[in-house]
Design a protein around this ligand. Sequence first.
Ligand code: PLP
Ligand code: TYF
Length: 399
Amino acid sequence: RFADVAQAPPDPILGVSEAFRASTNPNKLNLGVGAYRDEDLKPVVLNVVKKAEGNIFSRNENKEYLSIEGLEGFRRATVDLLLGQGHPAIQEGRVAAIQSLSGTGSLRVGAAFIARFLKGATVYISNPTWGNHRNIFGDEGVEWKHYRYFDAATVGLDFKGLTEDLTAAPPGSVVLLHGCAHNPTGVDPTPEQWAAIADLCKERNLLPFFDVAYQGFATGDLDKDAFAPRLFVERGLEILVSQSYSKNLGLYGERVGALVMVVQDKESATRCLSQLKRLARALYSNPPTHGAKIAAEVVNNKELFDEWKVEMRGMAGRIERVRGELQAALEAKCPQKDWSFITRQIGMFSFTGLSPAQVDNMTNKHAVYMTRDGRISLAGLNSAKVEYLADAIVDSVRN
Ligand code: PLP
Ligand code: TYF
């Protein structure tokens, strides 16, 4: 019965971590997965998370099911974090938010909503994008197409290509946009370009679906990093948003996130939430409690919230520092090439432009583990390893 089941390919990102673990090379370096590491390259549990957990444990709460839409305090907190406390859309009651299984699960609920209520709509995803986007929409039977995004020649945004592709998209299509710190390129639209994209969505009747997985990691400031979705709402657009606390609160394994819909009026919000609950019920019934309590505790407690902002800036700052160091090391070792893209790119990643063959050289010869699209996670780099990495890159580009 099961003998004919074919082997599934490994995840192109998480598979890198498996290969890294299997390597016995003492110099091995894991720049594959986008997960924050400290200067000793160890995973981090934020101080505010430990404090929040202390508060939660001291209240000796039960482990009852949450309601399908999730923890009330978390739902409020996550919308506040996205739109800013007291935002008119919140006061008008036209925001529907369902706690879901981190960014991935929230995207999947969004995909299920699209499949059921926007039948036939195509989702436009950037080329390139986070690999799982294709699976998430594809597995829900939602058709997806690429829009142009990255221009290898300028190592920047192909704004002309993006505009052309979205202009050609049929009205009613969905456009998946990375809220900030685009994965994998580290290239975001400028504020003016965001405004133009918003106008285009409005003119062409496209539905923006923001994937917000790195709020805090673009500028180190949670509010500034919510610029794009807030701008779209300000311009009168209805939006879908998936939010993840994996990176900014370091809650990876707790699976904390939400799907948020900002719609035109309160009645629509009520009905949309009822349908999101209907979808979630069949997918996983109700979301996990612990991580949501942590996020709610941090965002809703002024003291912890302020401390989180400091820790957030610390993480973003460490990544920015190693970016600068890597660029300087490459400029010293290989001055004939322009390496300025490394500090122009933002967020956790650098899109190096290394070809698959060069990536193989990085991994096979130097034990630098990274994805085959040439992306490196700077969250997995420290000062001590900068020289080693720069030597490996220079050796690989010369090959
Ligand atoms: N979207 C993007 C762009 C990501 O990089 C990630 C990975 O963190 C996710 C969504 C979802 O991650 P998670 O399911 O851990 O929130
Ligand atoms: O792009 C990354 O590295 C992160 C982590 O299936 C991740 O988004 C990677 C793959 C995956 C889930 C999370």
